[in-house]
Structures are given as structure tokens and as C-alpha cells.
Ligand binder design. Structure first.
Ligand SMILES: [Zn+2]
Length: 237
């Protein structure tokens, strides 16, 4: 079985997905799982991935789920441009997402929660997947997967509050004082010159993962936020 075997941060995952080639027919649904075992406590990163690979190979499967989402990051497992094997009839044109842990009695928490919500949001946005196409394994299986504590009501309420880690502004090729600032309703490839003090503010909100900077309004918000922060700092300093 071939696996991608890379561990990404959520920001890296977002960057990957932005330009990822999902193949001739894009996935049109997500299937959420939990590993049950390994639990969060017994997850051991690369060793766990190796163990899971051996487990699926032992079943004679040519593929497994696409992603394992854990405290230590987002592990790319089976390639996302091919169908995986994880959910029977839902294997076709879906992305299988395993959240590491046992969620029969508790909901996601910590970095696992942030990573899981972020991954789901990034994929829903990029692939235009509506809520009705976000499945749980138990929708087609007698298992409790992705855990009894995880309900769609809870998941979609949580997703509504998620701000995915900001994209690092892309520097324009013609100079360091421009960032790509697509204005949604006009020309998406317009490059708007931004002075260095505004770039500093953009870097501030980006580094602190406050919000995503993707248009002029976001840049203005970043500048306001940064000035406000500086004011507070100076009044305490
Ligand atoms: Zn499952």
C-alpha cells in the first residue's frame, strides 16, 4: 500500500489544498471517522502510522483513509486524488478523515479539535461540499464511528465558529510592497500595493492566527487591530 506519509500543520494543509489536484473527478463528500484505537493517549505519530499501514495491508486493502488528524498534526495517508477504503459504499469520491481518539464519551478537544474542524472546513470550502454531503461512518455502518459524542448538530455548530488559520499573504512578483489581495466581486488576480506598515499589520494578524487576510477589508482590519494592540502595549509598557 502506498501512503503519502507526510505530517502537516493546519496552515500547511490549507496551503496544500489551495492548489491540490484531486484528479479528473473531484471528491464530492467527506466521511468522518474516529480511530477509537489508537486513542489520543496511545497515538505515537509515525509509529502509529506505520502500524495502521501494516494493519490495512494485513486486510489486503490497497488503500485506507486519506487523513489522520491528531494532536501532533494532520497526517496524509492514502492519496487524496484516489478513492480510499474506509466506509464501504461511501468510499466512492469521498475523502476519509480519521480523527485520532475515542469519541464515544467525549467530543474532540485540544489541537485535535482545531485540526479536525480546520481540515473539514478547508475541504468543504475548496470542494464546495455542502453539509448534506458530510457523512459519518455510522450513516452506513452499525459502528458508532466517529463516536457517539460526535453529532452533526454539534459538528456544524462548531464549524460555524471556525476561523481557519490565515493564509500567508503571497508576495507579488514585482516587489515586496504588494500582496495578492483579490477583491471577490472584481478581478481576482488584482495585485494591490500595500505599504510596509500595513504589511507589518498583516504579518501580525497572520502570525497570531487572528483571522484570514484575503482582501482589502481584511488588510484594513489588520491595520486597525495592530494599532489597537500597539496602543494597549504602550499603555501597559
Ligand atoms: Zn469509521
Amino acid at each position: 500500500m502506498e501512503i503519502v506519509n507526510r505530517r502537516l500543520t493546519l496552515a500547511e494543509f490549507r496551503g496544500l489544498i489551495a492548489t491540490f489536484d484531486f484528479g479528473p473527478i473531484s471528491p464530492d463528500k467527506l466521511v468522518i471517522h474516529h480511530t477509537w484505537k489508537p486513542t489520543q493517549a496511545t497515538w505515537a505519530g509515525q509509529r502509529s502510522i506505520n502500524g495502521l499501514k501494516a494493519y490495512y495491508e494485513g486486510k489486503g486493502w490497497p488503500a485506507g483513509p486519506h487523513l489522520f488528524v491528531a494532536e501532533d498534526g494532520i497526517w496524509l495517508f492514502s492519496p487524496m486524488n484516489k478513492d480510499g477504503i474506509h466506509a464501504g459504499t461511501l468510499n466512492f469520491h469521498s475523502i476519509g478523515i480519521e480523527v485520532v481518539g475515542d469519541y464515544d464519551n467525549e467530543v474532540w478537544s485540544g489541537q485535535t479539535k482545531a485540526n479536525a474542524l480546520g481540515v473539514i472546513k478547508v475541504l468543504m470550502d475548496r470542494l464546495s461540499i455542502p453539509q448534506g454531503q458530510v457523512f459519518f461512518h455510522r450513516d452506513v455502518s452499525p459502528k458508532t464511528c466517529p463516536g457517539r459524542a460526535i453529532t452533526k448538530e454539534w459538528l456544524f455548530a462548531e464549524l460555524a465558529t471556525v476561523r481557519v488559520m490565515p493564509r500567508i499573504p503571497r508576495l507579488a512578483e514585482d516587489g515586496p510592497l504588494s500582496i495578492s489581495a483579490p477583491v471577490p466581486s472584481t478581478n481576482p488576480s488584482t495585485f494591490v500595493p500595500v505599504p510596509e506598515w500595513a504589511m507589518e499589520a498583516v504579518r501580525f494578524v497572520t502570525d497570531h492566527q487572528l483571522f484570514e487576510v484575503k482582501n482589502d477589508d481584511d488588510i484594513r482590519d489588520a491595520v486597525k487591530f495592530h494599532r489597537f494592540y500597539q496602543l494597549i502595549q504602550s499603555s501597559h509598557g
